[in-house]
Ligand binder design. Sequence first.
Ligand SMILES: C[S@@+](CC[C@H](N)C(=O)[O-])C[C@H]1O[C@@H](n2cnc3c(N)ncnc32)[C@H](O)[C@@H]1O
Length: 555
Amino acid sequence: MVFPALPQSAHPESQQRHRKALGAYYTAAPVVQFIVGWGLAQRGGTVMDPSCGDGRFLVAAARQGAGRLIGCNLDPLALQLAKTSLAASSAPPVSWYEGDFFLLSPERVGPVDLIVGNPPFIRYQHFSGERRSRALASALRVSARLSRLAASWAPFLLHAMQFLRHGGAMGMVVPAELAQTTYGTETLRALCAGFGRVRLLTFRRNWFEDAQQETFLLLTERRGERTASAELVPLARIEDLCGVTDQIASNASFCLGAGGQDRVGLAFVAPACRDLVQALGERDDVVRLRAVGEVANGYVSGANDFFHCTAAEGAVRGLPADWLLPVARSSRSLRGLAFSNPDLEHAERGGAKHHLILPHDDDLFAADRSALKAFQCEGERLGVAGRYKCRVRSPWWRVPGLIHAHLLLPYMIGSQPHAAVNRCHALYPNSLHGLRLANPVIAERVALGLLSNLSLLGMELEGRSYGGGVLKLEPTEMQRVHLVLPSCPECELADAFDRADHLLRQGDFGGAVGIADRLILQQQLGLSSAELQVLEEGRSTLVERRLARSRRRVP
Ligand SMILES: C[S@@+](CC[C@H](N)C(=O)[O-])C[C@H]1O[C@@H](n2cnc3c(N)ncnc32)[C@H](O)[C@@H]1O
């Protein structure tokens, strides 16, 4: 449950803006109780919440016997709420600090035994200026060099750990980015270098309703020591925390090396699957997608409806035929293992515009510029010319960033991702990725290779899933996906390709994957049927997990 720090009387929109600017998403009671209970069992004494909001962690600590409390918050209103809550309970002495936590120094506060809380999550775009400089300078004091993409929570954790006395502990709510981004893994490395034990509790269900992203609980112990890796502890539901303190089921835990090369998703698959992925990754014939080519984002038109049309509409409107360029609009356009003119015509018969309207540069100088003038006037009349993406380019009506790729790949992934060989020189917008091959001749081999369960599992491991359960793979993440190129003769390849293409078009995704698995993983790499099943189950587990997290928390 999420409690806004603004008075309930405030307008919902201003509450939302206020919360976003301060990263003020409050923590559910069971999580607060668990973190404080766990923390005090580790280390009683002085307890600090460096971003205390309405003081719920401090109230819980007071009730559970903390010796002294320290609360800090940037927002005076939230701090006032915290003071009121603490005044109502029979609290131990409390020191309050109103202002930026990054301005607070350990010397001013004195040694702390336990730090608890939920740091503000403010993305780098809004986390700027002096506060950001102070935050990054503090991270450097524990030897963490955070990139420009670092959101506020990362330096917040690193600043907080500097307040702990030797042997102290910290229990915090953290975004899964801690284990999934470069700046997150740099933060994790610094935590591992500063604590004797680092654990991340992960949940099958997304319990933090307002967060777009998956959330972990970070538990660190024995400040002043170091550990080589963090333990990832998968739990089913937040309710499983009830009554759990130090006996958190550790047999299921998975060690996440502090170097950042391990994938978090491996914690959720069977150990046999982990071992198999690791062993396959070491083989010379298993490569990363980047070994065969480069993945690139598609274009952003700025006004999809205006810049796209069907071929039939284009003709009716009298647009010059050479202005209309074929496009694959989204993964829905990719019905089979190849994308060609009949697919484009099929999509357009269904009313989906699959041509980009791109006036020629020459039209600017042509004697008869009537077509271009009409197009410009229409865009101005509809207000397209003034839209952000259009007005920042010149001329506003020419969509930039057009790439011809050999293969088209999904960007947002539901449950059945597959690549398609681009057989009609289609362009693609940013709802897809394109793969340009160093050697275009292998396009069919790459498409079939990416359909094997090894690559599909790789996509689940490399990508990030958001609130809706959709998996998102940025180009660099897609390039890390494992791939085995089928090495069979051309005729065998063509046969497998056509059969897989046919099954995909029939909606039989599993059947198509089976063809790739048997040809590549079984016949070529020599995997047994049992091993194929291990990979398949690993992938299903991860798909099911992210789809389950998209559903609301069960009460
Ligand atoms: C995620 S909320 C957590 C509140 C409370 N600890 C909880 O978990 O329910 C983050 C809080 O950090 C505060 N905050 C944001 N930036 C801060 C900063 N630089 N220093 C101190 N507090 C800050 C916000 O006002 C907000 O109350």
